[in-house]
Write a protein that binds this ligand. Structure first.
Ligand code: FDA
Ligand code: NAD
Length: 452
């Protein structure tokens, strides 16, 4: 069986793949040893830009401006960079079959790729309302956002439906970021989500009250406690109305759906063990790298990040649809380079017959919308203590929350932090200082973190 052969193949050309390529180079990969195979038509880019500056009417981000690794302040890897380094970037190529026993991949066009070590970085895909058979969910202008092609469709719709109406289905990351982006484009926006407050898997009621108030002040309407159960379209097949379970009907020229995602693991079905929607990786994952498969999914890291996985807050990662998507986020920011440095160090150690330390990971999430920006580190379990100025009408709101479990700080959230303050909350989440009195902590607020 002919075909191209590589020492390392990364399937997927997203954020992880780009950061991995940079790390491979640092580790001295030789020309011709590494290939990245991606179904996207462009070199790896910072996906978070798609729900933010890519959609802004001013200061718009476009490629090649946001190829990785600019998101972490690193070098921007243009397609030429891969060429110079002898890394084969195989774009617009979807792998449709992976035979892990034969170490062979087959593309939709029938090309064959052989590898010695496979790195799975296929990320995740959006959950669609058509997956649940929601009536009318295939109408035109019902849009999703995962890849750059999706973002281009959104940009087109925003142009075409100037000053029109949008309904955003979902109150998570996509819901909050897209509502803001569309509102900035002067679209009339209504958000719809089933929970009592937005982003419930991370926000407490107190945190959410601030964002809901802030969004309302910006003119975003919020409909909570119900879901979209159907859509009406006009004679062109374009969406016109969203029917809600509580009987209300909302007008819409554009619908954006952000109801979660699921890891893309189908290629490996029956060949790897699965757990909760992801590929299961054993506790001693990093010691098993000679298995020649490396899974760049959160699950890989969560189970390797503690010798006692039950201590980890897995529940937070399970969206309403049961996928581990939130944790794919981890690969992006602070950790990506670290994760890959550690993986590649592990490959090297393994080649040299050495073992390596268990991977130590601190969960991190962030988001930006309107003039707001928050960061969160650690775990959101135990008692939550809100502090600071969380009045949505404040000219400069700054507030946060600590989570206290077993007398220790285990997680910290901060809206409006400076770089130093964000560093301080990250440190506190890692060090987990003891807390004797929750009332005192409420009063001390951010200064507790800043003096640690
Ligand atoms: P990613 O999805 O980036 O890449 C997967 C790649 O694999 C894609 O190129 C895909 O086409 C390709 N692929 C899949 N199957 C394939 C196959 N069979 N053959 C070939 N190629 C295949 N996170 C955060 O921390 N802060 C933020 O602000 C944001 N913002 C944000 C906005 C939007 C719109 C999205 C969709 C996501 C975010 N995220 C985020 C999450 C972040 O983007 C996400 O964690 C990373 O993209 C995950 O990186 P991966 O490389 O694992 O997957
Ligand atoms: P999410 O899991 O963050 O939120 C999904 C929301 O949709 C939840 O509020 C959920 O209850 C709600 N929902 C579920 N079914 C619904 C229905 N039928 N009708 C209305 N609402 C419903 O997922 P998302 O917002 O779609 O984002 C997908 C992934 O994209 C995220 O998990 C994240 O990895 C990534 N992302 C991250 C960022 C960031 O980190 N800043 C930004 C954008 C996207």
């Amino acid at each position: 069986m002919a075909g191209k052969s590589f020492k390392y193949v990364i399937i997927g050309g997203g954020v992880s793949a780009g950061y991995a390529a940079r790390e491979f180079c640092k580790q001295g990969v030789k020309p011709g040893e590494l290939a990245i195979i991606s179904k996207e038509a462009v070199a790896p880019y910072e996906r978070p830009a798609l729900s933010k500056a890519y959609l802004f009417p001013e200061g718009t981000a476009r490629l090649p401006g946001f190829h990785v690794c600019v998101g972490s302040g690193g070098e921007r890897l243009l397609p030429e960079w891969y060429k110079e380094k002898g890394i084969e970037l195989i774009l617009s190529t979807e792998i449709v079959k992976a035979d892990l026993a034969a170490k062979t991949l087959v593309s939709a066009a029938g090309e064959i790729f052989k590898y010695h070590i496979l790195i799975i970085a296929t990320g995740s895909t959006v959950i669609k309302l058509t997956d649940f058979g929601v009536q009318g969910a295939d109408a035109k202008n019902i849009l999703y956002l995962r890849e750059i092609d999706d973002a281009d469709k959104l940009v087109e719709a925003i142009k075409e439906k100037k000053n029109g109406k949008a309904v955003i289905v979902g109150g998570g990351y996509i819901g909050l970021e897209l509502s803001a982006a569309l509102r900035i484009n002067n679209i009339d926006v209504t958000m719809v989500y089933p929970e009592p407050w937005c982003m419930p898997r991370l926000f407490t009621a107190g945190i959410a009250a601030f964002y809901e108030g802030y969004y309302a002040n910006k003119g975003v309407k919020i409909v909570k406690g119900t879901v979209a159960v159907g859509f009406n379209a006009d004679s062109n097949g374009e969406v016109k109305e969203v029917k809600l379970k509580d009987g209300r009907v909302l007008e819409a020229d554009i619908v954006v759906v952000g109801v979660g995602g699921r890891p893309l693991t189908t290629l490996f079905k029956g060949q790897v063990e699965e757990e909760k929607g992801g590929i299961k990786v054993s506790d001693d994952f990093l010691h098993h790298i000679n298995a020649t498969i490396i899974v760049c999914s959160f699950l890989a890291f969560v189970v390797s990040s503690s010798s006692n996985p039950s201590e980890l807050n897995l529940s937070r990662s399970i969206s309403v649809n049961g996928a581990f998507i939130s944790y794919f986020t981890i690969l992006l920011e602070i950790s990506t380079w670290r994760v890959f440095r550690d993986i590649l160090a592990a490959i090297k150690s393994n080649e040299e017959g050495k073992t390596i330390d268990v991977y130590d990971y601190l969960p991190f999430f962030y988001s930006r919308s309107f003039d707001l920006s928050w960061q969160f580190y650690g775990d959101n379990v135990g008692d939550a203590v809100l502090f600071g100025d969380n009045d949505p009408a404040s000219p400069k709101p700054k507030f946060g929350s600590y989570w206290i479990k077993d007398g220790k700080v285990v997680g910290v959230f901060l809206e409006g932090g400076t770089p130093d303050e964000n560093k301080a909350i990250a440190k506190v989440a890692r060090v987990q200082p003891p807390v004797e009195n929750l009332d005192v902590l409420t009063k001390e607020g951010l200064s507790f973190a800043s003096r640690k």
